[in-house]
Every structure is written in C-alpha cells, then in structure tokens.
Design a protein. Structure first.
Length: 278
C-alpha cells in the first residue's frame, strides 16, 4: 500500500469536488505533487512517464472545468491518462498499474465510468467524440464532449474524416495545440487554418520518417545485412509441429489448439500450414 502522507493535497484528493474547491496556490502545489508521485511510481513499476508529465496541468484543468463522467473526456492517446485516473478515484490502486488484475495502462470502459472510450492508439478521439456529441444532441443532453488530441495525431486520416463530418451546434470541444470550440456551428477561420497547417506538417513528418527508414534499410542492405524476418522453408518447420499436424488435418485439433500444443502463435501456425499445403 502506498504511503500518501507526504502529499499534502494529492493524499486528500478523494473526489473531483475536492479538486474543484482548491484555490490557485493549492492547485500549483497539487500539480507538483502529481509530478513527484508519477516519477516515483513509474520509476518503480514502469509505464509512460514523459507523456503524462506533459499533461498534468491539462488534466487538472479539464476536471476542474468539466463534470466527468457526465461530460465525456476522451483521450486520443490512451497512455496519457495516468493523471486522469489518479483524479477519478483510482489513486489508491495506482501501484497496480499495468499489473495482472490491476489498472490498465490505457483508458478502459469497464474500469471506470470516467473512461467513456477505450483508447490505445492515436487519431481516434475526434471521431469518437463526434459520436458522443451527436448522441447527446439527439437525446437532448447538455453534456459536453472533450477530445484531447496532439498535433502528431493529425497524420491519421480518421481525424480529418471526423472534422469533415462535424455537425453544427454540437457541445464538442477539441483540445489540441489550439482549442477548437464547435458549439457555435462553425470553426472560426484561424482554427480552420491551423488544422490545415497541422495536417500538412504532420504529413511532412510522416514522409520524413518514411524516408529515414528507407535510407536506413538501404544502408543495411549495402552492408550485407538481411532486412526483415528470415525466410522460412519446409525444412525449418519444427518437429513438434509436424508431429501434431496430422491431428489438425483430421480435424482433431483446430488452429488455436494446434498453436497451443506447439507453443507458437496462430500466425505462425498459418505460415507453416501454408508451406506444407503449397
């Protein structure tokens, strides 16, 4: 059990109403305590440190302004949710983060009502938020939906598809390098220009990464190094698989069972079957 006595404010953070009641100076102290706590716990148990240190103030501000879980806070990158979890009733079990049977390293709907969307990879938050906001509009709810997304996620086409399908007068707010308020029925010209520029620079970054990867692979090939996974032939199939393969052919074993008895993945099973049946 973690000792919270050294944290003046974080140790007393029993609910979001406590957070909302803090004055400005107390919030500054809380932010520092959260960072100290993150560094201490992640250094012991592992996890994503830098991405969470970067959203301490943002996480605190979101929960002071909005009323989760009534308002939906959707994280584009799931592993940036550590502070969010700490503030929404999961501080006491934070030592179990990423442990078997413990807290997930990402947002998880079955874990808390404060996690409305299960996110792992980026570029999905605006699409998900659009769905929540449309549902609230159709049902007459006055809840807000907040999508938290970084500019790097704009390399994903799903972001732009969501923006193109944006309905008017949604209670949807997009928090990125610039905050976009969609409640007025249209995106202001400055925000729209930023989104277009963000998309251009994100595509540029993606192209540069691809170019560096290609260059590295070409240099490796020039030095005689093999790129990618080694080619597998029938002669490379292990004896264990060959011994159990007839049981698969006679339908005594399915693919999953064959993978289990051979202690290999289903993908490898399909690869070996393809070689034998080619």
């Amino acid at each position: 059990m973690q000792d919270m006595s050294k944290y003046q404010y974080l140790g007393k953070m029993c609910d979001l109403q406590t957070l909302k009641s803090l004055d400005e100076q107390a919030v500054l102290c809380l932010n520092k305590e959260i960072r100290d706590f993150l560094i201490e716990r992640v250094s012991e148990n592992g996890g994503h440190l830098a991405s969470n240190l970067g959203v301490v103030e943002l996480s605190v501000a979101l929960h002071r302004v909005f009323d989760s879980p009534g308002d939906h806070i959707i994280w584009d990158v799931g592993h940036q949710c550590y502070v969010h979890k700490m503030l929404t009733g999961r501080l006491d079990c934070f030592d179990t983060l990423r442990q078997s049977g413990g807290l997930s390293g990402f947002t998880k709907r079955s874990e808390s009502a404060h996690d409305p969307f299960g996110a792992g990879h980026s570029s999905t938050s605006i699409s998900a938020a659009l769905g929540f906001a449309m549902t609230d509009k159709l049902s007459g709810s006055d809840a807000y939906t907040i999508a938290v997304i970084g500019d790097g996620a704009f390399t994903g086409g799903m972001v732009h598809e969501a923006l193109n399908n944006m309905e008017k007068h949604l209670r949807l707010i997009i928090v990125s390098s610039i905050t976009i308020d969609c409640r007025n029925g249209q995106i202001d010209p400055m925000s729209e220009a930023f989104l277009q520029m963000a998309g251009v620079f994100s595509q540029l970054e993606l192209a540069m990464i691809r170019a560096r990867v290609r260059s590295g692979m070409e240099n490796a090939r020039a030095k005689g190094r093999q790129i990618g996974r080694p080619q597998v032939s029938k002669e490379d199939i292990p004896a264990t698989f060959l011994r159990h393969y007839p049981a698969y052919k006679s339908k005594q074993l399915n693919v999953s069972e064959l993978a289990r008895v051979c202690d290999i993945s289903r993908t490898t099973v399909y690869k070996y079957i393809g070689l034998l049946e080619a």
